[in-house]
Design a protein around this ligand. Structure first.
Ligand SMILES: [Mg+2]
Length: 454
């Protein structure tokens, strides 16, 4: 994974050393020798990451960090503070100025590249979501609610067979305002992974295979709701790297220094929430643009988009794309007799039965009014006719009982089926043939399915 890195340090040999290390791993490197230059370069070059020296004459690293995190053009860029200072106050000062991470001088390769790797991984996910979300909402601006969500305390599970250590870490996190529980204490009750933000997983000195557990946690269906922070002894660096590869979000070396723990927990939790907020925006935006609000089926716009995709993909030697156009019989009289509200209820219940009777790969859409269309990718006519027949029967088999009024309404549906005739056929032609078949089904007495001879 390559990236552009802005290295900020007042001492030239320090800059050159980091540059050599980074370029050896194919990172693109920019250099700045003081705070003013650093800010100017960050705005202009938009690096993926900034490695920022703390001790510099003039504007120090804390001040540079604070300024960068307060400017809309640069506040999303991760900043790793590089410092010879190791005491807690200094780290806390860095935290308060908005730093995302720390590296101690002299910088060792393992620390450097794991810091970059974890930052880059976050960048990739966030950028992807920012791009996808862009059409729907500005992504540099967060509502008060979103900000509160992002900054709220973390819900942490500590997994370490050394129960005394697990409790020490949990207690420290609780003191910092988070909710934390050790695996053993939690096992009394049931662990809700969905509610977790973070799992702190000890890698070294465990009887079980912690790497296997790490991989397993990533396969849980709630996995995208929490991050994994792995703790390791320096003798287990190789396994620690493997844990990153298996999906751990970050590493922290044992014995855990509480100030560092605080930084990592805060950063990981904020990132997890930040991603959640972006993802939620994308999902919501997607929903608005492709879902029919009354029935929850896909809308006409999405239908056309998916048909285009499947028509492009269809090849001579593969089963064709087939579409089934449905139209509820005598829908107008249902509206006339029972009212529009009952009519809407029928549309919803119809959609539900439709959804229950298609295959996972079929795409059910509401075209408008009482017209529906099911896209059946890679499906020959014969199979599509069977599928359409199953749906017709599911609709006609029992009346639709209105939950509000208790009224039972008999509903039937007619359908027309058409298969894509190959690359030269246009989308409009395919839809037109399905419509003509549907018209024939209506002419021939309704509650039936027709297809036109090709
Ligand atoms: Mg310096």
């Amino acid at each position: 994974m390559t990236a552009t890195v802005l290295v900020v340090d007042d001492i030239e040999p320090n800059r050159r050393l980091l540059q050599a290390k980074l370029e050896a791993k194919y990172y693109t490197v920019f250099l700045a020798e003081n705070g003013e230059r650093a800010i100017e370069s960050a705005v202009r070059l938009q690096p993926d990451i900034i490695l920022l020296d703390v001790m510099m004459p003039g504007m120090d690293g804390y001040e540079v960090c604070r300024r960068l995190k307060n400017m809309p053009q640069t506040k999303h860029i991760p900043i790793v503070m590089v410092t010879a200072l190791v005491n807690i106050e200094d780290r806390l000062k860095g935290l308060q100025s908005g730093a995302d991470d720390f590296l101690s001088k002299p910088v060792d390769d393992f620390g450097l590249f794991t810091r970059l790797e974890t930052q880059m991984r976050f960048n990739m996910v966030a950028n992807e979501l920012r791009v996808r979300g862009k059409r729907n909402a500005p992504v540099t601006h967060f509502s008060d609610y979103e900000k509160e969500l992002i900054n709220a305390p973390s819900n942490v599970l500590v997994i370490d067979q050394d129960n005394a250590e697990a409790r020490r870490v949990s207690a420290a996190l609780t003191t910092m305002g988070h909710t934390a529980v050790s695996w053993r204490d939690a096992s009394e009750g049931k662990i809700e992974f969905r509610d977790l933000d973070l799992v702190i997983l000890a890698l070294s000195g465990q009887d079980h295979d912690a790497l296997k557990l790490c991989a397993h946690l990533r396969t849980l269906k709630e996995a995208r709701d929490f991050s994994i922070l792995v703790t390791y002894q320096s003798s287990d660096q190789t396994q620690a790297l493997e844990a990153l590869r298996l999906g751990a979000a970050d590493l922290i070396s044992a014995p855990l220094e509480l100030a560092e723990l605080q930084v990592r927990v805060r950063t990981q939790t904020q990132r997890q929430r930040y991603i959640d907020v972006l993802r939620h925006r994308v999902d919501r935006g997607m929903e608005l643009s492709v879902i029919d609000p009354l029935t929850g089926l896909f809308n006409r716009r999405h239908m056309l988009e998916r048909m285009q995709v499947w028509m492009r993909r269809s090849r001579e030697d593969e089963p064709s794309l087939t579409v089934v156009a449905f139209d509820i019989d005598y829908f107008k009289s249902i509206n006339d007799r029972f009212g529009h509200e009952a009519g809407d209820d029928v549309l919803r219940a119809f959609s539900e039965r439709l959804r229950m009777n298609i295959r996972p790969k079929d795409i059910a859409c509401r075209v408008g009014g009482e017209e529906f269309l099911v896209i059946m990718p890679e499906t020959e006519m014969e199979l599509a006719l069977k599928g359409a027949e199953r749906i017709r029967r599911a609709i006609a088999s029992e009346p639709f009982v209105n939950e509000r009024t208790g009224q039972a309404i008999d509903v039937t549906v007619s359908a027309g089926v058409a298969s894509h005739q190959g690359q030269s056929e246009l989308l409009a032609d395919l839809l037109h043939r399905a419509d003509r078949a549907l018209y024939q089904a209506k002419q021939n007495g309704r509650n039936r399915i027709e297809n036109l001879a090709a």
